[in-house]
Design a protein around this ligand. Structure first.
Ligand code: GLN
Ligand code: ZN
Length: 762
């Protein structure tokens, strides 16, 4: 008999109950008791839902008030000294997550980082060289017992010791040679104690996540896996260990399993279907295989027939006793249920499956494998019909788009002239040296958001809204003129979000009403869904940009979101390669760029903040990705005259290993985040002799602080050491959307004053 299993369920609740509960606790609207009892109710609902669906291995400890990684830091006493004087318990815990400011206390939060290649962020553990660990297993044990009390035996989930250490960083000031992994032998006894406590509480299976097993590991680390899991498997004969890997192929990292008496290993067969064959050949006869067949990173219905064929292959080799059916990874990255979707077109709705539906899919597939089709024939028929309909629906395939894709030719991926010659032609813009600009957005005040909400509710009409936006644009332009910015922007007041705005204006996209996914802490995002061929039915930004340009004689910068970022921040089609979808997006943007140019706009920025986060987890896959990602940017940006200046923007600072690709993007100007990175990144540009113009963010926009002129001068002086004068732009770090007008005015004024000073001393 195969076993139906889950690796983790989304935490927020059907209507983001957890978000509300936690935020109400933060603001003092509810007390700790209400938080604890409210969250218990949410957990129970999730366990019951999975139990009722007939799922056998139901996870516990997949819940968190904020993040599973910070939960481990708390459970192992990895609490940086700056939090040590706070009240133990939730005050300390939440201070690590989000900082704490109250009478006489002012501690910042721990760093937050992206969880592998997802849009989930975790709290980075900070380790001291002489780190002392203490075990606080209450949460993990209590959740196991809670489920048991309502008659549900769960499979607790914990993060493995090696991945936990690798996710962390040395505490500030630690000696250079120190790496957190050196703490493994000290940490392991606490994991042993934890496992023994779980066994004592009656656990029979435990899921230990080791996502780092899908990355390139040194041979040393591979040895660490063998010794760690040899120790952990000895703890209790009654506790079976499943090691979970996901997001990529495990490759030869699986070798340690052969020498380790673990009971099961989970592999991601959605991301890396090709790994099944090899693993089937090498897996020891004592180990079960958990097949990650249902996509935990996307929202499409599974194809039952395909999943069944794969599962059958595993059963033929291993026997059904040794096969688990599972999602590819935790369902944390999918929304709660399609039940709540009232507005999505019924045809498209029928193609979707969120976490709750995915649990049912796992159970149905397991039933077919165990008992044949009889009891679930109607589900199978419905699935076939839906899969078939999605394959052939005219909603998905658009002949015009397909035709256009066939006409792509090499000239569409390059500018007509090399950068230096374009630079000459772009002198027509009449820009001074040290030209100033901003990254795009200006403050999205409460008022701006309120007026947009009114439009959505129908309380004002489109004309009223446009009128309001136009006034904001005018104010913004007058301000930029007043302080002497050289390349102006319109301020992006009409946009709720840089991806959603374009998604709403393109065909091939659909928007869920309630498809929330946790991004960090209580913050959730609702990624747009790309379901079909993407195309641009009509110009998206031309009217607004033209209007803005009509208000000023200075060059106005058109502002677009790049194809890779559009892809990365959406749920995407799984019926064609990501590359094809990205090229379709690129073509749509290319058309917009063309129309902007035709409307007299000579500077156009195409933001690509997400290029870096799309990098594959295995280095050997980087080239293939970077090739098409850069090509997509080129396709979107190169259809212009040499005198039109193309900008791009990226909001991170770590370019060292992708600088050749950044160069190949061949943007005339790139603005980058830089203010928090000790100028290290500029090193990369200098070292690689990057040739085009660069605007390294002169100050940090993530903080309300107004930088002084002295500070900005020092910064610009420093930048001059790395980049030659004729290539430097002066701009903030990123968009100003989250800031207030008062700070923005003072900060930008200081910035333009400093640029003018540098010009005058030339
Ligand atoms: N143009 C966008 C803005 O200014 C860029 C945002 C981003 O880099 N994430 O808001
Ligand atoms: Zn940015």
């Amino acid at each position: 008999m195969v076993i139906s299993t889950n690796l983790g369920f989304p935490r927020m609740g059907a209507n983001r109950e957890l978000k509300r509960l936690v935020e109400n606790f933060w603001s003092g609207k509810v007390d700790e008791n209400a938080l604890l009892s409210g969250s218990k109710k949410i957990r129970e609902e999730h366990w019951s839902l999975q139990n009722k669906a007939g799922l056998e291995h139901i996870p516990s400890n997949d819940f968190s008030f904020y993040d599973q990684v910070v939960d481990h830091s708390y459970a192992f006493g990895v609490i940086p000294a700056r939090y040590k004087n706070l009240h133990p318990g939730l005050e300390t815990y939440f201070a690590m997550c989000r900082g704490l400011q109250k009478a006489e206390v002012d501690v910042p939060a721990c760093e937050m980082k992206k969880w592998f290649d997802t849009n989930y962020h975790y709290i980075v553990p900070e380790f001291e060289p002489n780190q002392q660990f203490t075990l606080n297993p209450a949460k993990i044990l209590d959740e196991f017992k809670e489920a048991k009390d309502i008659g549900i035996q769960t499979r607790p989930v914990i993060l493995g010791p090696i991945s936990y250490l690798l996710l962390g960083k040395p505490i500030r000031g630690a000696p250079h040679e120190f790496e957190p992994i050196q703490l493994l032998s000290k940490l392991l006894p606490l994991y042993e104690e934890l496992l023994s406590k779980l066994a004592g509480a009656g656990a029979t299976w435990i899921q230990i996540d080791e996502p780092f097993l899908v990355t390139d590991l040194s041979s040393n680390l591979k040895k660490e896996y063998s010794s760690a899991y040899n120790a952990l498997t000895k703890v209790s004969p009654q506790l079976k260990i499943l090691i979970a890997t996901y997001f990529e192929r495990i490759g030869t990292n699986i070798d340690f399993v052969i020498n380790t008496p673990i009971s099961a290993i989970h592999i991601d067969l959605v991301r890396a279907p090709g790994q099944l064959e090899t693993i089937l050949k090498s897996i020891p006869s004592t180990v079960s295989l958990s097949l990650g067949l249902i996509n935990g990173r996307n929202i499409w219905k599974a194809n039952f027939d395909a999943a069944l064929t794969t599962a059958q292959k595993a059963i033929d080799t291993l026997g059904s006793e040794r096969v688990f059916i599972a999602p590819s990874c935790s369902l944390l990255h999918t929304p709660h249920s399609v039940q709540a979707e009232k507005k999505i077109d019924p045809e498209i709705l029928d193609w979707l499956s969120f976490a709750t539906e995915k649990i049912k899919e796992i159970v149905t597939i397991s039933k077919v494998l165990n008992d044949g089709n009889q009891s679930v024939q109607s589900e199978i028929d419905a699935n076939r019909k839906s899969v078939q309909n999605r394959k052939t629906s005219p909603r998905i395939h658009n002949a015009v788009v397909q035709e256009k894709m066939k006409t792509l030719n090499p000239d569409m991926f390059k500018r007509k002239l090399p950068f230096r010659e374009r630079q000459k032609q772009q002198q027509k813009l009449g820009l001074p040296s040290f030209p100033t600009t901003t990254v795009g957005s200006f403050p999205q005040t409460k008022e701006v958001r309120a007026v947009r909400a009114k439009l959505k509710k129908g309380e004002i009409d489109q004309a009223g809204y446009d009128d309001f936006v136009n006034k904001e644009i005018e104010k913004c332009i007058r301000f930029q003129e007043k302080i002497g910015i050289d390349v102006l922007v319109h301020g992006e007041f009409e946009r709720n979000d840089m991806v959603e705005f374009f998604g709403e204006n393109l065909e091939g996209y659909v928007f869920s009403g309630n498809g929330w996914v946790q991004s960090y802490g209580s913050r959730c995002i609702k990624p747009p869904i790309i379901f079909g061929d993407v195309f641009r039915p009509k110009p998206m930004t031309v009217d607004v940009i033209k209007y803005a340009q009509s208000l000023t004689k200075k060059p106005l910068k058109g502002m677009l979101t790049g194809p890779v970022t559009m892809l990365q921040w959406s749920f995407v089609r799984d019926d064609q390669p990501r590359k094809d979808t990205t090229f379709q997006l690129a073509l749509a943007i290319r058309e917009e760029v063309h129309d902007l140019e035709a409307a007299g706009i000579s500077v156009i920025q195409i933001d690509e903040p997400a290029i870096r986060e799309g990098l594959p987890l295995r280095k050997e896959d980087w080239n293939e990705y970077l090739n098409w990602a850069v090509d997509a940017f080129l396709l979107s940006s190169t259809g212009v005259d040499s005198s039109t200046q193309i900008h791009t923007h990226m909001c991170y600072s770590d370019f060292n290993d992708i600088i050749e690709s950044i160069q190949r993007m061949d943007a005339d100007v790139i603005t980058i985040e830089n203010s928090r990175s000790d100028l290290k990144l500029l090193n990369a540009f200098e070292k690689h002799e990057y040739t085009n113009e660069i605007g390294p963010g002169l100050y940090d926009i993530h903080s309300p602080r107004v930088p002084s002129k002295e500070e900005l001068k020092a910064r610009l002086q420093e930048i001059l050491k790395y980049i030659s004068k004729d290539l430097i732009w002066v701009n903030p770090d990123c968009g100003l959307k989250t800031r207030g007008w008062a700070e923005v005015e003072s900060a930008l004024k200081n910035m333009t004053d400093v640029a003018k000073e540098f010009r005058s001393i030339e």
